[in-house]
Structures are given as C-alpha cells and as structure tokens.
Design a protein around this ligand. Sequence first.
Ligand SMILES: [Zn+2]
Length: 494
Amino acid sequence: MKNLIILSLLLTCGTVACAQDATVKEIAAINPPGTALAPLRYLASDELKGRGIDRPEINTAAQYIADQFKSFGVKTVPGANNYFQEFQLVTASPGKTGKATIGQLSFTLGKDFVQMTPVDAIIKFPLEYVGRVTEAGLNTIDVKGKIIMIDLGVADDDLSFRKDYGQLPALRALLTKKGAVALAARFMGKTLSWSGLSAHFNEPHLIQPDETTFLNTFIINNTPELQAILSKGYKTDAEFVVTGTMERSVNLKNVIGYIKGTDSQLKDQYVLLTSHYDHLGVGKAKMEDGKLDSIYNGARDNASGTTAVIDAARYFSKYPPARSMLFITYTAEEKGLIGSSYYASHPIVPLKQIIYNLNIDNASYDDTRLISLVGLGRTTADKHIKKACAAYGMTVNGDPTGGQLFFASDNYPLAKKGVPAPTFSFGMKTFGPEIFKRYHQLSDEVGNMDLNYMMKFIGAYILAAKYIADDPQPATWSTGDQLEKAGQELYGNK
Ligand SMILES: [Zn+2]
C-alpha cells in the first residue's frame, strides 16, 4: 500500500511542482484568512487614526508590529533597541511672514513663493537667471556670491518638473560647493498645481536625514509678471526675507527583526522584506463614499504591505529558508521616504550583507489577475517572482508609469546604494482614475478591498521571498542596469 502511494505521487507530479504545492499549502496553513488579515484590520482601523507620524497612535502601531514579531520568535537585531531602530528628526515650520523682491517685482511668502527648508533669513544679493540647468550645465557658470535662479521643468510639462525637482538636492549641493548664496527655482508644473505645491510647503515638514548640505532654496510661482522679465542671463538685485520659522524634534522608529537562515554558508546573507507602516493620519472631515470621514485609514497604503511582511515573518519563523530573513517596517514614508533613507544611511545589518530587498507599497489596484512589480526587468529575481505569482494564478507586469514609481517608495534609498530592490505591488494596468479613487483618499479602507485578492497577494509575496532566499545564486541587478555598478561597488564585484 505504502509503495503504491509513493508511486502514484511520483506519477502525478514532478518534484519541483510538488515542492511548490507543498509550500503553498504550508503558507495557507500558517496564514489562514482570519490570522493573515488580522493585522490589516487592526492597522487600518479607526482606532489607529491613520498612523500619522505626528500622532501617538503611530507608536501603538509600531508596538503592535513588534509584539507580532516577538510572538513568532523573530529575533531582535544586535544594535537595535529591542525591535526598534529609533531616531530623531527635526520638523521645521515655515516662516510666519516673508517677502521677496526681484528687480521691481515683489512676492509674498506662502502665496507667491515658498522656502524649501524653513529657516529665518535675510538675503540681499545680486540675482542671475540661468534657465533650466543640469549639474554639468551649472558647473560652467560663475555662481559665487549670487542668488541663482533656475527653472524647474519647462512650461506645462509635469514630467519635466518632477525630473528637475528630483535633481534639486544635487544642484543645491553643487551650488553650495561653488559658493552661491541661495537658489530661487521657478515652478513650471501644470496639473501638479502651484496651489498644491505651496500647500505642501506651507505645512511643517521633516528635514531629510540625508540632507547634508544646506542652501537657502525658494520655489517661486511662475506669475505672468515674472515670466515677462525673465530671459536667459537676466541679472538684477534681489532680496528674500523670512521670519518666524520654528523647529521641533520628533521621535521616529523603524521596526526591525530577523530569522536566522538554515544554510551554514548562506545564513550570513539576508533577504530583506520591507513596507512602510505610517500613513497620512487625520485630515479635514469630508464626505466620501457617502460617509462623513476624516481618518486616512490607509488600508491599501500600506497596512496591506505591513500585513504581508508580518505574515511572512510568521511563515518564515516556522519554515526558515537557506538565507536569513530581515524584516523592517519603516516609518514616515509618506513624509518623503524618511524611515528607509535613515536605514540606508544608518544600517544595523550592513547593506552588503543584504543581498536583496523585496519592498511592498500599495496605492490601489485595477486588475486582480496581476501583480505589478515596480522594477520589473531590473533584477535577476524576476523569474522567482513570476513563478510565485503563477502559483497563485497571477501574472506580473511592470510599473504602469514607465519607471517613475521606482523612485517613489522605500525600495529606492537602498537601491541607490546598490541593493537590488524592487517594489511588489497590487495589480495596476494603468496608473489612472481607478487607482486615484483610493490612493491617498479617506475611503482607502478594508471594507472596500477584495480580500481574496489580498490573500493571493500575501501568498505570492511569501513564496517569491522564499525562492529568492533559497536560490544558491544570489539575485543581482540585471546586466546593464543603471544601478548595476552601485551593486558591484557594494558587494565587491561578486
Ligand atoms: Zn505607500
């Protein structure tokens, strides 16, 4: 009888398929829906008030994640404070009053111009307008002792605005080095409206942890009067005055833990699973989906991702793979990738021991047959991720924005340092109306999510992580990828 059973097993499935089925069954047994979805329901509940970093409930969320890790037997990382990586950052509030004059024109702080990093200032120097520039272009210009004025993008082209805006840290660093006094950047966006941008800078915001250089930087609305006077090489006297800025320090924490791998050779290498657990907190009360609401529950963004990381920790505690697994849920992603940037510059487990990072971040979905991998084609782990998704009846597509989302989530700060790091997301055919219906909306709640799809998402994520962690060959950047060189530098040309 016994032999017959073995024989029939051999006949009905090849060994690889059997192993896969067995893992899918293990995942389902460890994470039945009631268990697997409990973190989603709790983190996205009204009780946690949208997990804004300026509210005490963010610490309740962090403690909950730590308690979950502890209950599974996830180990604390030496160098962390229990399950926490704690740090302090400064939030700066914009000036209470401020004005600027450029030639004959005058501008009001908060209305016509904003200050990127709030600090009291009185700056009266010659101003020179140089148009839209790159780092290389700036290098050829004498900027010493001047306020340099540039364009952020070309008129009415949001994509060019975003691109130039992303370059600002590099330009600020270069201008500082070359002795410029300040930077005045002209806003050229369109749908990304001036009112939206100024509203953002009129709120207190966190100073980026990697903001190592500081140059007074102002963004100015492209008013018709300003447009009329500017032509390349335009020079005039200018003055910027800002008073009444305020600084306050905030305590933040990433939650971190690990599971030791089983392979004596590979256990010193880590596969990192990440998601951010913060969201937007509480906003102004509004009617949405027929209900008066003010809490940004952030069920999709990113209680869902945090849930999948917790469920992965639950699974891997019971079934550790060959490599070690590191779990980090980040804080303050919504404020500008703060938690992940902090980890990237203050790693507890060194980055060169982290061979791969599979991040999760979710906006929403418009196709539940899909998983969208932001960074598809960029690392050699695509095969594992596709295979894992296929086991749950799903296929994988790439970033529907054509690459922009790669820079917009917590995968990026580590990727920039060389760690192969895509973001695993809900299926998005297009980054369009169906996504924006929930993305950063009050109605991003568990009640309107497809929980069967969520279960498949969790299963596929865990299975993909297992394949990556068990592969004797570490996943790397694809040949010719922009970040391949950063990877070779980090790992020493492995
Ligand atoms: Zn997010």
